[in-house]
Design a protein around this ligand. Structure first.
Ligand code: ACK
Length: 914
């Protein structure tokens, strides 16, 4: 802050101008008035026009002395101790004619100290200083005037000034002198100017206060590039130094591998062979490209290659080294290398790899590749020093095809969906076949597999309005590829009326309730719909369709067996699985036997629109209990779920009238055990094996749909006029109740001991494996023409003998291979027994190769008896090979070694045939 004084003088005065000396005898010039004794004083002292030089507010400092009225001799009647100060604004000299009333009063001025006579004598100047301010001033200048009304005053000095904020440099910005504002509290905003070689970073401003002080600096200037701030100015950088705009205020020495030879540099130039990217900070050293990667290795996994390398020895002084992979494969004519296919995948990526490794996938199988791993850094592209790389030669392995990725739905019907697909992107060889797996959504345990060579199939036998999941995979000589993702396709809604055509008869349905999916309906619908979808006849010769349920192979149209016990109402179960037949369609002609619940009869069945055919009619005798009725119809509920040529076929039930009946197909030759006894020795071995094959096939079916028979024996096999054997006798509790052979075990259950596997006897572990044991016994029955197993041995002895590893001897003239099969069925470890699937396979082979049946269990025993205690068996190579081909996991050697077992049984038993 500083004050600017304005010049003034007093051209008009009623006051006296007096020259005096001050206390120090220095001459002073004063204006005085002292007319205290006279009345009505009005004495004016007026200045010249004082130009205010643009100031809007000026200060007036007065120095004066004032006489104490009380010290005047002769009274103070008219004496005053104050005077008034006025001002008048004007643009020109008009002051001589001013009237009193034109002035504006500034203040009445009083003395802090007044002087007396004494002071005059002592030459003490009681000088008063008063400051007043005027404003806001709007004209060029003003007059000051002092009015005396009768005081004794000496005006020693009048100083008039205004205030300024002085020139200043702050934050490299210059702020010029600034006159303060008109208001005592006013802050004047003032814009600054950047000093030389600086630029405004943010417009610099400051505020000039009424007191002439700079306050509140805002914004600033910065030295431009190539200059640095020194003492509120910007000075140029010396040679060898630089300063870029955004860097620190001071000039910096050029970084390594760079220089500058001029002053005021904003950056430094790289030495030869060194480079700088635009994005590199100017204070970063100049750098150069890296050398090649080192120690590259490859690791091949089928059609993937893992490449790994070490960082280059020379990184060029940079941290941004990355790697690019160049992939070339040998051309088809093996003469040159060509770019890899665009389908090859690089993980995580092909270029700008920051890791020292990469996985290259989806290459062709059995192909030579060359990979170049190139090292680059941020300055590689600024130069052309030649690519720095390491190369690797790799040969891929055999690989399975990649998953099928494109699967489309074609036409769909109520019960069928046609599906087509594209070959996998990477077959990796010649595709031998496709495997199509499909199942109803959320029913994954029951699925169907179709194998075919084409790229489309029609899946049939589906439910209407149902979503099916399809997955497809391809197979080459390298094996199966992965399954495609799951594709969901839906069948069309079901129809309101349709005609079902069965193999043997026609049914007219008012409404197609396939979606209810009773087993019968399912089969019937399934059969009918083959006409418009997938059918055996339509299948490609190579096409194969297999159904699976809970890991078991199922047959077309077969569903999982449902235990009727799971139905709260047994009547519901029977009507779910069995057709109600009107009693008027049935004619009972004769009684053919006696069953547990009543007679078994035969007679023709005449269904509307069908030719009559013979049936067996099982009746429920009058006076039955509710439980008996339930158990009786339970068999129909079970039988109704089966559909296989070697399972007795249910035609339907009669439940609406009495007697309640179960109608099945008629089997002309009755039960197998009786039939064989009646025809002892009458059949060829092939005929017998054919019977065994039928029985095994029926059992395979039951096993596959999860039904355990528990009472498989020749007596429960029925034979038709064509010698076709069919498994029958399916009851709920009949195994324990209505089989005359069933005996009570120690645990209280009733079990047909001779036919039953030891684990089923011991702890009721009935499984398909225990059915296999029973099948072995039934085989023995067949091969011995209905002989009673273990002859007259008591049940207890049988249990004991079996427990002690003794087994039935081979029946007379029984082919060795069949006896081996029986023995395999009687393995103690149920898991070691053959599966029905394997049994069917073996019997088929034997039928196809009858010579394998020539080797017989020593026939001398037939006439000579078993008294010498040994049964010797002869093997033929064919038999053994065939068995092993089908019976995987069966240790035939151990079966054979059990011949000593049979010896004991032979000794203790007498044989009917001997
Ligand atoms: O040995 P079979 O003549 O054959 O005597 C029994 C009897 O009824 C009691 O079960 C015979 N039988 C049972 N079901 C049928 C059928 N579907 N066809 C012919 N006979 C049958 C069995």
């Amino acid at each position: 802050m500083f004050d600017i004084f304005l010049s003034l003088y007093f051209p008009s005065l009623q006051w006296e101008e007096i020259g005096e000396v001050d206390e120090n005898y220095a001459p002073i010039h004063t204006y005085q008035v002292c007319k205290v004794m006279e009345h009505n004083q009005n004495n004016w002292l007026q200045t010249n026009l004082i130009l205010n030089e643009g100031a809007q507010r000026v200060f007036v400092e007065l120095q004066f002395t004032l006489r104490d009225c009380n010290s005047l001799p002769g009274g103070v009647g008219t004496c005053k101790e104050t005077f008034n100060m006025y001002y008048y604004e004007s643009n020109d000299e008009e002051g001589r004619n001013l009237r009193e009333s034109q002035y504006s009063k500034v203040d009445t001025i009083a003395a802090d100290e007044s002087f007396t006579e004494l002071d005059l004598g002592d030459r003490v100047m009681k000088l008063n200083t008063e400051v007043r301010d005027l404003g806001p001033l709007t004209k060029k200048g003003f007059y000051l005037a002092f009015q005396d009304l009768g005081a004794c005053i000496a005006l020693v000095s009048v100083r008039v000034f205004y205030k300024k904020c002085p020139f200043i440099v702050r934050n490299l910005a210059q702020f010029q002198d600034t006159i303060t504002g008109s208001d005592s509290s006013q802050l004047l905003e003032v814009a600054g100017n950047c000093v030389n070689n600086s630029v405004a970073e943010d417009l610099p401003r400051m505020h000039c206060s009424a007191e002439g002080e700079w306050l509140v600096p805002i914004g600033k200037c910065v030295c431009q590039a190539g200059f640095e701030e020194v003492n509120d100015s910007c000075q140029v950088c010396r040679a060898g130094f630089f300063r870029s705009v955004l860097q620190t205020p001071a000039c910096s020495k050029c970084p390594p591998h760079s220089f500058t030879r001029v002053q005021g540099s904003v950056g430094c130039t790289c030495e030869e062979g060194y480079y700088r990217r635009d994005s590199d900070p100017p204070n970063m050293a100049c750098t150069r490209p890296p050398s090649a990667p080192r120690n590259a290795i490859s690791n091949v996994n089928e059609t993937s290659v893992f490449l790994e390398w070490a960082v280059p020895e020379e990184t060029g002084g940079r941290k941004d080294v990355s790697y690019n992979i160049l992939c070339r494969k040998i051309s088809v004519d093996s003469r040159h290398y060509e770019e890899c296919e665009s389908t090859v995948r690089f993980l995580p990526q092909r270029n700008s790899l920051r890791n020292n490794s990469v996985m290259v996938a989806d290459l062709l199988a059995h192909t030579n590749y060359t990979f170049e791993v190139e090292a680059v850094n941020g300055v590689s592209e600024l130069t052309n020093p030649g690519r720095q790389f390491v190369s690797l030669n790799v040969t891929t392995n055999q690989a399975a095809p990649s998953p099928v990725s494109v699967v489309r739905k074609g036409n769909s019907g109520k019960n069928s969906i046609s599906v087509s697909w594209q070959e996998p992107d990477r077959p990796n060889g010649i595709i031998l076949e496709y495997e199509i797996k499909y199942f109803e959504k959320d029913q994954e345990t029951s699925y169907t597999i179709i194998k075919c060579k084409e790229t489309e199939i029609v899946a049939d036998g589906l439910k209407p309005s149902s979503v099916y999941i399809f997955q497809i995979r391809a197979r080459t000589s390298a094996g199966y590829g992965g399954f495609s993702r799951r594709f969901e396709f839906e069948t069309s809604p079901y129809c309101k009326s349709c005609i079902y055509i069965d193999n043997t008869h026609m049914l007219f349905c008012a409404q197609c309730v396939c979606c209810n999916m009773t087993v019968i309906q399912h089969h019937v619908c399934g059969k009918s719909l083959r006409r418009c979808g997938y059918s055996k006849a339509k299948q490609e010769p190579d096409e194969e369709k297999i159904h699976f349920h809970n890991g078991h192979i199922m047959y077309p149209g077969v569903r999982t067996y449902i235990d009727p016990h799971t139905y709260e109402d047994p009547n519901q179960a029977v009507h779910e699985f069995a057709k109600e037949i009107d009693v008027s369609c049935i004619t009972i002609e004769r009684v053919i036997g006696a069953g547990e619940f009543g007679e078994v009869c035969s007679g023709p069945l005449r269904l509307p629109g069908k030719k009559e055919f013979p049936v067996a009619i099982k009746t429920l005798k009058a006076g039955y209990t509710e439980r008996q009725r339930r158990d009786f119809l339970g068999e129909a509920s079970i039988m109704g779920q089966f559909d296989h040529p070697n399972i007795i076929h249910l035609e339907g039930v009669v439940t609406k009238t009495k007697p309640v009946m179960i109608i099945t197909e008629y089997m002309e030759n009755g039960s197998l055990d009786t039939f064989l006894k009646k025809n002892d020795g009458q059949f060829t071995v092939i005929q017998l094996v054919g019977m065994l094959r039928g029985m095994a096939s029926g059992m395979r079916y039951l096993c596959d749909i999860g039904y355990v028979h528990r009472d498989l024996a020749a007596r429960n096999i029925l034979v038709n006029s064509n010698l076709v054997c069919k498994v029958s006798d399916f009851g709920l509790s009949r195994v324990l109740e209505d089989d005359a052979e069933a005996a009570y075990t120690t645990r209280g259950g009733k079990i047909p001991i001779r036919w039953t596997a030891p684990e089923a006897i011991a702890f009721r572990k009935f499984t398909s494996a225990s059915d296999v044991w029973s099948y072995g016994i039934a085989m023995w029955e067949v091969m011995s023409y209905g002989e009673r197993p273990y002859w007259e041995m008591s049940n207890q002895d049988v249990i004991k003998a079996v427990e002690e590893s003794y087994r039935l001897p081979g029946p007379m003239d029984c082919p060795v291979v069949l006896y081996h099969l029986m023995m395999a069925c009687w393995q103690k470890d149920r898991n070691s027994r053959p599966k029905f699937e394997e049994i069917v396979c073996l019997l088929d082979k034997l039928i196809r190769n009858p010579s394998s049946l020539k080797a017989l269990v020593n026939s001398s025993h037939r006439s000579g008896g078993f008294t010498d205690g040994f049964v010797s068996v002869t093997f033929t190579e064919v038999g053994v090979t065939d068995i092993t081909a089908c019976l995987t996991g069966i240790d035939l050697g151990s079966s054979v070694s059990q011949t000593h077992v049979t010896s004991l049984i032979s000794r203790t038993l007498s044989r009917k045939h001997t």
